[in-house]
Design a protein around this ligand. Structure first.
Ligand SMILES: [Zn+2]
Length: 365
């Protein structure tokens, strides 16, 4: 019976992309807290389970090697004195603040994390394996690290170092979309007056680290290239979907980045112990498809997803699996959106206010 043959035409329209993957570098396990800390090596075990599930589900990836960021690369995103201070802590234990530990190999891990994020971006720009999308599973996270301060579990700012790596390879405009539940004050700080890098963050607000109000829009050449979407607690898949549809996608369309880096924390998940959002694993997949859609318009589809936070191990595993599946399946133009009438009135106001302010800043820049 010929009519039982699956439609190859239908399949070819959703041809699987083969994401690049920087993962399973044992160096990232070497950043170890003394006693319990939510940002712990066990998070990588959750990531490995997600990758195993992806392999089992037939989701193909190309593994690429990470590398160490050089002092020169780190000193573009950070003050040289800060880089030297951290390098001097190599082999020692220290605390940068009450939350941010440094174990004997943490600085080595942080160098590898920033360098691996850069390696992923460089591979995408070079179109290695014809890949358009990729995922870097790294520790420690980076988005709270400012030019000269490590904080909030972060030592070097992986997304910022990777964005500079892209600029160094000739790209003119890079966007960083940060869906970690915390505001990436460090990334905002680094690109505050730099119009080449759009920083766009959705985060619980008010919340740690206290920054990320919609009125924070950047300055000088960077005015309008910082876009904050502060959301009150309880935001769900529909809230995020509406924010992506009404703010993230239009802003990306206007900015027309040549590469999109995602600061992908999964701590907006409903089971995360640190925050109070209600996002599901599928919610992250929806965000990934939205970014992929924007990247298809101006960035040759190039999306580099970097792991930031996410502290419930099961939620992290599920969310990483969903995100990788979404990346592998493309922009999902026909994927269903969550019902937008499930956006609470308070979140509707958050989105409307943030959209107006972003629009005004963009226009007046
Ligand atoms: Zn976070």
């Amino acid at each position: 019976m010929t009519d039982t043959i699956p439609s190859s035409a239908a399949r070819s329209t959703t041809a699987a992309l083969r994401p690049l993957l920087v993962a399973d570098d044992r160096m990232f396990d070497e950043h170890r807290p003394r006693g319990y800390h939510p940002e712990r090596p066990e998070r990588l075990g959750a990531a490995r389970r997600a990758l195993f599930r992806a392999e089992t589900a037939g989701i193909p990836t190309h593994r690429i090697a990470g590398r160490d960021a050089t002092p020169e690369e780190l000193s573009v995103a950070h003050d040289r004195a800060y880089v030297e201070t951290l390098f001097a802590l190599s082999g020692r234990e220290a605390r940068l603040d009450a939350d941010t530990y440094v174990s004997a190999r943490s600085v080595d891990a942080a160098r590898r994390a920033a360098g691996s994020a850069s390696a992923l971006v460089e591979s995408l720009i070079a179109a290695e394996h014809d890949a358009k999308v990729g995922l870097a599973i790294v520790r420690p996270p980076g988005h709270h690290a400012t030019r000269d301060v490590g904080m909030g579990f972060c030592l070097f700012n992986n997304a910022a170092v990777a964005a500079y790596a892209a600029l160094a390879r000739g790209l003119q405009r890079v966007a960083i979309v940060d869906w970690d539940v915390h505001h990436g004050n460090g990334t905002q700080d680094i690109f505050w007056d730099d119009g080449r890098v759009l920083y766009l963050s959705l985060h619980q607000f008010p919340f740690y680290p206290g920054t990320g109000a919609a009125e924070e829009v950047g300055t000088g050449e960077g005015k309008g290239a910082t876009v904050n979407v502060p959301l009150s607690a309880g935001a769900n898949d529909a809230t995020y979907s509406a924010a992506f549809h009404e703010i993230v996608e239009p802003v990306l369309h206007e900015f027309a980045p040549e590469l999109i880096i995602v600061s992908a924390g999964f701590d907006a998940h409903e089971r995360d112990p640190l925050a109070s959002m209600r996002v599901s694993a599928q919610g992250f997949a929806t965000m990934a498809r939205s970014v992929a859609r924007a990247a298809a318009a101006s960035a040759k589809g190039r999306v580099a997803v970097l792991l930031e936070g996410g502290y419930d191990l099961g939620a992290l595993e599920d969310s990483l699996f969903a995100t990788l599946s979404a990346l592998a399946s493309g922009d999902g133009t026909h994927a269903p959106l969550p019902p937008l009438d499930e956006v609470a009135p308070s979140h509707r106001r958050d989105i409307t206010d943030a959209r107006k302010i972003a629009h005004r800043a963009f226009r007046s820049a």
